[in-house]
Design a protein around this ligand. Structure first.
Ligand SMILES: C[S@@+](CC[C@H](N)C(=O)[O-])C[C@H]1O[C@@H](n2cnc3c(N)ncnc32)[C@H](O)[C@@H]1O
Length: 267
């Protein structure tokens, strides 16, 4: 099975979304980068950044895995939130992305006014895939996430071995239907190995395969309802009492056919 179509990778169309921010439609994946209904900025903030930061209020350092960089909304919405709330936290974001031309083009992208102050950062990432100041460090790892992310574990990339623990994971790939390699049991195993004990993984996908892949790797699952978006999922190695726990054993009894995606079925 051919899983990626590099000849279509550069073919994209601008799509306005309901909160006024702009996203793209990918012809390679036949999907838009954000839900036009939820809104690109709104989705980033409500489904990913706000719940993740709410659950980590006591931390002075946060290490974040942003899967994948795409238009950078999740990374930039993180900066926006930290700056707006004047949070005294140091943030290190690592984000895989195999569409180098897209990242290079982002210095000209029509971002919402909320990101205006980050123009120099957007420019630096576009040119160098890297940005650092006293509060933020952002690294975009150009290449296939299935290769670059497991390599972090061995300390072979920019992190050193004892630094590789993520507090937050934004699992925001294209959907499991069109980008299955970033939703398999094996992929979630690689992620889990890089998570701290109280890590928070946010994702818009509530598909059975997503839930099973996370659960089979020891993640505890919670349903999450953010304002003006569809129901999403928060996973963590530990149960989060403030959230609505999902009883996966009961779900399995009710749907014994429900399965995780496996790498071997996608080759
Ligand atoms: C839904 S978009 C991400 C949107 C992004 N979070 C944002 O806020 O703009 C998915 C991204 O994953 C990238 N991608 C898909 N498969 C990948 C892989 N195996 N390795 C690296 N990047 C991948 C695509 O090129 C695309 O940019």
């Amino acid at each position: 099975m051919k899983l990626y179509n590099e000849t279509l990778r550069h073919e994209k169309e601008l799509v306005p979304t309901d909160d006024g921010s702009v996203t793209l439609y990918s012809k390679e994946f036949n999907e838009s980068y954000h839900s036009p209904k939820d809104g690109a900025l709104n989705e980033s903030l409500q489904k990913h950044v706000l719940p993740a930061f709410d659950l980590h209020q006591d931390k002075s350092h946060l290490t974040i895995l942003d899967i994948c960089y795409g238009l950078g909304y999740n990374t930039l919405a993180t900066l926006y939130h930290v700056k707006k709330k004047r949070l005294p936290v140091r943030v290190h974001i690592i984000s895989p992305e195999f569409d180098e031309a897209l990242v290079r083009s982002l210095k000209g992208f029509d971002y919402p006014s909320e990101f205006e102050a980050f123009k120099p950062i957007i420019h630096a990432i576009s040119e160098n895939f890297y940005y650092e100041d006293e509060q933020f460090k952002i690294e975009v790892l150009i290449g296939d996430a299935r290769k670059t992310i497991p390599s972090l574990n061995a300390g072979r990339l920019t992190l050193n071995a004892n630094d590789v623990k993520f507090d937050i994971v934004y699992q925001d790939a294209f959907s499991p239907k069109v980008n299955p390699l970033l939703w398999t049991k094996e992929w979630f195993a690689d992620i889990k190995a890089l998570c701290s004990d109280d890590a928070v993984l946010t994702t818009y996908s509530t598909a059975v395969a997503t839930r099973m892949g996370l659960y089979e790797n020891g993640f505890v699952l919670h349903a999450f309802d953010a304002p003006n978006t569809r129901r999403s999922l928060i996973a963590s190695p530990r149960k989060i009492e403030s959230l609505e726990w999902i009883d996966m054993e009961l779900k399995k009894q009710r749907n014994p056919e429900g399965k995780s995606l496996r790498d071997k079925d996608l080759q």
